[in-house]
Design a protein around this ligand. Structure first.
Ligand SMILES: [Fe+2]
Length: 405
C-alpha cells in the first residue's frame, strides 16, 4: 500500500483539491529557525504525507515526509532555512483510491531570521465557550496583525467535564479549538498551559496529549526563544501544585540566569482579586512561589483561571529584595466573567472584557499591551532591563471570614 501510494504521489502534480476525509488541522506546535513541528488529525487510522517547499519566486524542491499509520500525525520538519517562507499541505493516504489525492489547502509559515533581535508573542486564556466559539473567534481574528512568534493559552481551552473527549473530531475540540483558531494555527505555533478544565477527566487528559504531543512527556516544560527563557508550570487547580515542581522550577531558573528575560506561565493566578481571591486553593503556597520568582529574577508571570484582566504592581517578597515581579491575569476569551475588585497592589483591573496580551521583547525592553476583542488597547506596561521599579512588598493577609467564599 505504502509503495503504491508513493508511486502514485510522484505522479500527482502540485495542485490543490479539497479534503475528502474529516480531518482536524494542520497546525504548528513549534517553529524555530531550522525546524518546525506540524500536527494533523484524521478520523480514521491512516498514513499521511506532508509536502512542503520554500515559497518564493524560485520555489524550492518539494520535500515529502510520511507519518505512521494512526489518527494523530506529527511531522518534524528539519533542516529548514532561517528567515524563509514555506508552503505546505497534507496528503492523506487511504485504502480508497478516490481519496488518494485528498489534500488540505496550502498553508504557510516563515521561519524566524537568525539572530532574533526582537520578537512578540500573544498570551490569553479561558477561551472555552459553552454556546459557540464566536467570542474566541473574534479575539483570535486579531492575532496575526501582531506577527507573533507563538500564541500561548493560559489554560481552559476546553469545556471539559461531560464534554471531555479524547477525539479531536469531538464537538468540544472542534468548537473551542480548531474552528476559532483556523487560519492562525496553520502558520503560528500554539502552546498550552494546562488548565483544570483541560485535564478534568481521563478523556480530557488523553485529548490534550493528542493535540499537543509535547505534553505526553510532562505538563510542565521550558523553552528558550532567542534570549528569553520561558517556563510553563502545571498548576491547574491550586497553588500547592507548585510544590511538586519547585525543584525543577528552581533548576530551570538557574539555567535561565544568562537569559535576557525570564517569563513564567501557570493556569491558577497566584495573585487575584477576583472570585478566587480568598480561596484556600489560591492562598496556600503563593508566598513561596513569589519568593522563588523574586530570588531567580523572574520578570513576568502570566496566568489564567480567574476570568478577568488584572495587572499587579511589581511585587517583591521582602524589604530587602532588589527585584520585583509583574503578575498579569489574562483570563477571559469566551467563558463567563468573574469580576475582580482590585486592591492596593493592583495596577489595572478590567472586568467583563475578553482580552489578549501582546508581549514585545527586545534585549533592553519588555512591553506588554492588553487588547479587547475590538483590538483596542486598554492597558500596557514596559519593563527596562537597566532601570526597574522597586515595586511593592507583598504583605497581604487574607480575610479569614471570606475564605471559601
Ligand atoms: Fe480554570
Amino acid at each position: 500500500m505504502k509503495t503504491l501510494s508513493l508511486v502514485a504521489l510522484v505522479c500527482i502534480p502540485w495542485i490543490h483539491t479539497s479534503f475528502a476525509l474529516d480531518v482536524r488541522g494542520p497546525y504548528l506546535t513549534d517553529l524555530q529557525s531550522d525546524r518546525a513541528t506540524i500536527v494533523f488529525h484524521t478520523e480514521n487510522d491512516t498514513e499521511s504525507i506532508i509536502e512542503y517547499r520554500e515559497h518564493s519566486s524560485n520555489p524550492g524542491q518539494v520535500v515529502r515526509k510520511q507519518s505512521q499509520k494512526g489518527k494523530q500525525h506529527v511531522f518534524e520538519l528539519e533542516g529548514l532555512t532561517s528567515g524563509t517562507r514555506y508552503s505546505y499541505h497534507i496528503v492523506n493516504l487511504t485504502q480508497d483510491p478516490k481519496e488518494l489525492v485528498s489534500r488540505t489547502a496550502p498553508s504557510f509559515f516563515t521561519t524566524p531570521s537568525e539572530p532574533i533581535s526582537e520578537f512578540s508573542f500573544i498570551a490569553y486564556g479561558d477561551s472555552r465557550d459553552r454556546y459557540a466559539p464566536k467570542r474566541h473567534n473574534a479575539l483570535a481574528s486579531n492575532f496575526l496583525k501582531y506577527k507573533p512568534s507563538f500564541v500561548i493559552s493560559t489554560g481552559d481551552i476546553l469545556l471539559g467535564g461531560p464534554s471531555s473527549s479524547a477525539s479531536m473530531l469531538s464537538e468540544d475540540w472542534t468548537l473551542n479549538f480548531f474552528r476559532p483558531l483556523k487560519g492562525i494555527i496553520e502558520s503560528v505555533p500554539y502552546l498550552l498551559v494546562v488548565g483544570n478544565h483541560d485535564q478534568d477527566s481521563p478523556a480530557a487528559l488523553e485529548g490534550i496529549q493528542e493535540a499537543f504531543p509535547n505534553l505526553k512527556e510532562s505538563f510542565h516544560y521550558a523553552f528558550r526563544y532567542s534570549k528569553t527563557h520561558f517556563i510553563v508550570l502545571h498548576v491547574a487547580n491550586q497553588m500547592q501544585e507548585f510544590q511538586a515542581q519547585k525543584i525543577w522550577f528552581s533548576e530551570e531558573l538557574e539555567k535561565a540566569q544568562d537569559a535576557d528575560w525570564r517569563i513564567v506561565f501557570l493556569h491558577v493566578s497566584p495573585f487575584t482579586t477576583g472570585k478566587y481571591r480568598n480561596y484556600e486553593w489560591t492562598l496556600s503556597g503563593r508566598e513561596d512561589f513569589l519568593d522563588t520568582c523574586v530570588r531567580y529574577k523572574v520578570d513576568l508571570v502570566l496566568s489564567g483561571h480567574d476570568h478577568s484582566y488584572q495587572r499587579f504592581h511589581p511585587l517583591r517578597a521582602t524589604d530587602q529584595d532588589s527585584h520585583a515581579v509583574v503578575f498579569v491575569v489574562t483570563a477571559l476569551a469566551g467563558t463567563n466573567p468573574y469580576p475582580a475588585l482590585g486592591d492596593e497592589y493592583t495596577a489595572k483591573v478590567v472586568n467583563k472584557t475578553d482580552n489578549f496580551c501582546v508581549v514585545d521583547i527586545s534585549t533592553e525592553r519588555l512591553s506588554l499591551t492588553a487588547y479587547d476583542n475590538r483590538n483596542k488597547p486598554f492597558d500596557s506596561v514596559t519593563l527596562s532591563r537597566n532601570s526597574r521599579e522597586p515595586g511593592m512588598v507583598w504583605r497581604h493577609a487574607p480575610l479569614q471570614d471570606q475564605i471559601g467564599e
